[in-house]
Design a protein around this ligand. Structure first.
Ligand code: GAR
Length: 208
């Protein structure tokens, strides 16, 4: 099985990217090579993390329609021979065309237990604000394949995290990252890059 070239798409701090870099350095992603970090913002701290790890970077800002933006991203992915895409805090929705061309080859990390607190408009701190507003006692994170429904693709891994008395959106976001996102994102990428995840009837089957 040939090593998969992975692009990580980011828009912000890049702590999930860092989790992937750390996993790669620890030998936990034997069939994935982090080959490109593509950011929608030139001031994203994630770019510093990528440069520090010696990963090539590209900045592609959204200045046009979702379709045109996705076409410009796709051109960069193709030029770099990318096999798999990881959305790690990427704050834009990709076009149906790009999603279809990379069917079951794009994964996303979402900071809640899908189908709770997800879909268009639920990103970053807003997700945790909504969870606290509802008063849930358990939240968590999900890694899923990306399809044309926002946060609606087949679920690969999920991990629950307790909500604690006195939590703010910021403290809850941090706990969800530390206890869930930074663990299940590298794990899911490892499984997908080793072709251990298949999709049937809109659900994943994981070969162990
Ligand atoms: C993460 O919590 C990620 O799950 C979330 O944005 C944060 C990015 O942090 N993504 C979404 O909300 C997508 N719907 P990071 O840049 O430090 O990885």
């Amino acid at each position: 099985m040939s090593v998969k070239k992975v692009a990580v798409l980011v828009s912000g701090g890049g702590t999930n990217l860092q989790a992937l870099i750390d996993a790669a350095n620890a030998g936990k992603l034997p069939n994935a090579r982090l080959s490109l970090v593509l950011s929608s913002r030139e001031d994203a701290y994630a770019l510093e993390r990528a440069r520090g790890a010696g990963i090539p970077v590209a900045v592609v800002k959204r200045t046009d329609s979702r379709e045109d933006y996705s076409d410009r991203i796709e051109a960069v992915l193709r030029a770099n021979g990318i096999d798999l895409i990881v959305l790690a805090g990427f704050m834009h929705i990709l076009s149906g065309k790009l999603i279809r061309e990379y069917e079951n080859r794009i994964i996303n990390v979402h900071p809640a237990l899908i189908p709770s607190f997800c879909g268009e408009g639920f990103f970053g701190l807003r997700v945790h604000e909504a969870a606290l507003r509802k008063g849930v006692k358990v939240t968590g994170a999900t890694v899923h394949f990306v399809n044309e429904i926002a946060d609606g693709g087949p679920i690969i891994l999920q991990k629950a995290v307790a909500v604690e008395e006195g939590d703010t959106p910021e403290t809850l976001q941090k706990r969800v990252m530390v206890e869930a996102e930074w663990k299940i994102l590298p794990e899911a990428l490892d499984l997908v890059s080793r072709d251990l995840v298949t999709v049937a009837d809109g659900k994943t089957v994981i070969k162990k």
